[in-house]
Design a protein around this ligand. Structure first.
Ligand code: AMP
Length: 631
């Protein structure tokens, strides 16, 4: 089929197009309305229909493929490797669902999942989906302060967690971080359910804490029916950072999400029932939700859930899994490929990769040398795809399932069906149609199925944050700069806001600044994202000490730098740790006191900071320049 025509129908004949896609999933009751956009920007998809994500991901496949692999769990941290067939996965999810119910979890309750990459995390997510509980998975690499703000906002009735996570052989105990987070949060969960992996000592507090294994075993063999949910009910929330304030809970529906994922598996990710999908992400990120857990299972595929590093025991580990499990589609991030690029290229040739149809990469800009290296090394197409936590599935890419097209190095591709993507002028809001004209990437409503419904608990914040930033028009802003070439391929040029992207993980500079400011010897701080060859970007901090007499020499500065890094590790997690903390006497600000963040960033990257007519004291920027040059 012709993609241009497919795309045109998705926008101009929206209802018919999505009514067709809706047939990719099972409905208990068929939708009455396909797209209700009567209260923009809140789009309600498939209203009147009832369905269930767990039914579509698991139960639906019991008839045709009960004994085919569904979840393949591999941990190179613990050496555990286990395949669950659809029937076995069903059994695990049933007992998890019964355990949740026994703790009083009901439809509409929130369950926060703070877990390492273990199979139980997927069981817990699917169990929530089954009984209509709203899960909120928090990345296991976050520490107590990040976790506390999410607990406070999500207000979970239950938290599911584990004794510890492990990365590169280094064990991080979760329970103390969780206990501290609950102590810090104003909201307290009624119960905590803990998986004991035997990695770290763990005490279960009387009354509140329960043991996963004991409780699920008590409920083995119990039947828990799927709760038939309205298509517009909430399936989950996932927190993401923005420019201002606390992280936002991105809220997603049930029916639209199921349809969007099923359609994307067919049209974009080339997924066929019985095949194997391997996404190297983490369940704590949106890619983990969409393309480790729900998407592949909805498509009747086996999904690999991998705990470990890409280079341990050696840089061939992922490819050995591709050979062993005959992986047909793989999904990873450019940073991971850049890590592999530093290793012996012979690893790419060591295994039989003939089953692999494509490697999909997303989360951050894919640079051309990295794309070429992996494409030549693997001999399969590399498909860059651009999206966000908010969208839930790709906004820009190539839909090879509809029409085979080559991808272009440096470009994630063209707008996906359902997304009316435009480029607009940042300050006038005028649409930019010229070739290679730079503008803000925006989406004209109605947003497609799978897209966020709202910010959890704060409709007004959803509208204000995303839909009211472009002057004169109500469009969804991605906060990314982009250009479009003569053939309609987009190129993403970085964020328009203060969000930085470290190894594909989105971080708000303000959150890191807040954490650093809590150090008693920090008077002021600015955090900026600085280009990095491996991670895309890293956070760099510039600090004005409260008492500069405590920093007479390099050794004392190094000590404070180390203390600040430890503080951020403990509060937010290692992902947010700045790569460097530099000490300055003052920060560059405008005469009205606004921090000149973009100028700091430019200087830190060795670029020209541009127009500085509003700067209060140019010496402040010079100091940063000197520090960067002398490092
Ligand atoms: P997150 O919500 O954490 O997935 O971050 C989304 C942001 O990551 C986007 O707004 C972009 O800035 C960036 N991003 C994601 N995928 C790509 C891609 N394929 N190319 C360029 N930037 C990307």
């Amino acid at each position: 089929m012709n993609y241009a025509e497919f795309y045109r129908r998705s926008i101009e004949d929206r209802e018919a197009f999505w009514a067709e896609q809706a047939r990719l999933i099972d409905w208990k009751q068929a939708p009455r309305t396909i797209c209700d956009n009567s209260k923009p920007p809140f789009t309600r998809w498939f209203a009147g229909g009832t369905t269930n994500l767990c039914h579509n991901a698991v139960d639906r496949h019991l008839k045709d493929r009960p004994d085919q692999p569904a979840l393949i769990y591999v941990s190179t941290e613990t050496g555990i490797e286990r395949t669950y067939s659809f029937a076995q996965l069903h059994g695990e999810v049933l007992r998890a669902a019964a355990a949740l119910k026994s703790l009083g979890v009901k439809k509409g309750d929130c369950v926060l999942i703070y877990m390492p990459m273990i199979a139980e995390a997927a069981f817990a997510m699917l169990a929530c989906a089954r009984i209509g509980a709203i899960h909120s998975v928090v990345f296991g690499g976050f520490a107590s302060v990040s976790l506390a703000s999410r607990i406070e906002d999500a207000k979970p009735k239950l938290i599911v967690s584990a004794d510890a996570g492990s990365r590169g052989g280094k064990v991080t105990a979760y329970k103390p971080l969780l206990d501290e987070a609950i102590r810090l949060s104003k909201h307290k969960p009624q119960s905590v359910l803990l998986v004991d992996r035997g990695l770290a000592p763990m005490e279960l507090g009387g009354g509140r804490d329960h043991d996963w294994t004991a409780l699920t075993e008590q409920h083995a063999g119990m039947q828990v029916d799927c709760e038939w949910l309205d298509a517009t009910d909430i399936s989950y929330t996932i927190y993401t950072s923005g420019t201002t304030g606390q992280p936002k809970g991105v809220q997603r529906d049930v029916g639209g999400y199921a349809v969007a994922l099923a359609a994307s598996m067919k049209h974009i990710f080339l997924g066929e029932p019985g095949e194997t999908y391997f996404s190297t992400s983490d369940i704590g990120w949106v890619v983990g939700h969409s393309y480790i857990v729900y998407g592949p299972l909805l498509a009747g595929m086996a999904t690999i859930m991998y705990e470990g590093l890409p280079i341990r025991p050696d840089a061939g580990v992922w490819w050995s899994l591709v050979e062993k499990y005959k992986v047909t589609a793989m999904f990873s991030a450019p940073t991971a490929v850049r890590v592999l690029k530093k290793q012996d290229p012979a690893f790419l040739k060591k295994y039989d990769l003939s089953s692999l149809k494509a490697l999909f990469l997303a989360g951050e800009p894919l640079d051309e040398p990295t794309a070429r290296w992996i494409s030549e090394g693997l001999g399969v197409p590399i498909i860059d795809n651009y999206w966000q936590t908010e969208s839930g599935w790709p906004i820009l890419t190539i839909a090879n399932g509809v029409e085979k097209k080559p991808s272009r190095f440096g470009s994630p591709g063209v707008p996906m069906y359902g997304y009316d993507v435009k480029l607009v002028h940042e300050s006038t809001g005028e649409e930019l149609t010229g070739v290679n004209e730079k503008g803000v990437v925006v989406i004209e409503g109605p947003t497609p199925p799978g897209f966020m419904q709202t910010v959890w608990g704060d409709d007004e914040r959803y509208v204000r944050t995303y839909w009211e930033t472009v002057p004169g028009r109500m469009v969804y802003s991605t906060f990314d700069w982009g250009i479009r070439d003569k053939d309609g391929y987009y190129f993403i040029l970085g964020r328009t806001d203060d969000v930085i992207n470290v190894a594909g993980h989105r971080l708000g500079t303000r959150e890191i600044e807040e954490s650093i400011s809590s150090h008693p010897n920090v008077a002021e701080v600015a955090v900026v994202g600085v280009a990095d060859a491996l991670k895309g970007q890293v956070a760099m901090a510039f600090v004005v000490a409260r008492d500069s007499s405590t920093l007479p020499d390099a050794a004392s500065r190094l000590k404070l730098e180390g203390d600040i890094m430890k503080l951020v590790d403990g509060q937010l997690g290692a992902v947010a740790r700045p790569s460097r903390v530099h000490f300055v006497n003052l920060l560059p600000k405008t005469r009205s006191g606004k921090l000149l963040r973009r100028a700091i960033q430019a200087v830190a990257e060795g670029r020209d900071p541009g127009d500085l007519t509003t700067i209060e004291d140019p010496a402040a920027l010079q100091q940063i320049r000197d520090l960067i040059v002398s490092k």
